[in-house]
Design a protein around this ligand. Structure first.
Ligand SMILES: [Zn+2]
Length: 154
């Protein structure tokens, strides 16, 4: 089933199975944080964003209160998805084990860096934060970065 989130006139659409899969992967890494890349595409008018894929990092560091991923070794994966399916990087996801879905200052700074990065073509990257326990996805929040702010998709 499709889930639709919106912020003003912006829509975000994804399948609940994909969200469940992301949650499952996050729980596997409990009690450490874990995350990866969100992949999708925009509608022609850029008002609707389709999240339909994730890519997991090959290199990362995950601790209970810290997660850092690298894009190393994934260049071909991104290129293939773009060439074959027209899908591209749209943002980031990571877990907060035993935590809330609220973003931290570090999370905010990372999104600013991504949006201002020269090689990233997306000006409004999204951030998905999942609250997980040892065996359960407790909640999740999607944010969209816009003009130095992280806004919540309701
Ligand atoms: Zn975080």
């Amino acid at each position: 089933m499709k889930i639709i989130k919106s912020h003003n006139d912006l829509k975000l659409i994804f399948d609940e199975n994909l969200l469940a899969e992301i949650g499952r992967i996050g729980i596997e890494h409990y009690p450490n944080e874990f995350g990866g890349f969100l992949i999708g595409n925009y509608s022609q008018d850029f008002k609707t964003l389709y999240l339909n894929h994730i890519i997991l990092p090959k290199k990362f560091v995950g601790y209970p209160y810290k997660f850092d991923r690298s894009i190393d070794g994934l260049e071909n994966v991104f290129e293939r998805l773009f060439n074959k399916k027209g899908l591209y990087y749209i943002g980031e996801w990571h877990t907060h084990p035993n935590g809330s879905t609220k973003y931290s200052q570090t999370d905010y700074n990372a999104m600013v860096a991504i949006a201002e990065h020269k090689t990233v073509s997306i000006t409004n990257p999204i951030l998905l934060i999942l609250s997980v326990t040892a065996n359960k996805l407790k909640g999740y929040t999607f944010y969209v970065y816009d003009n130095k702010k992280l806004l919540t998709y309701e």
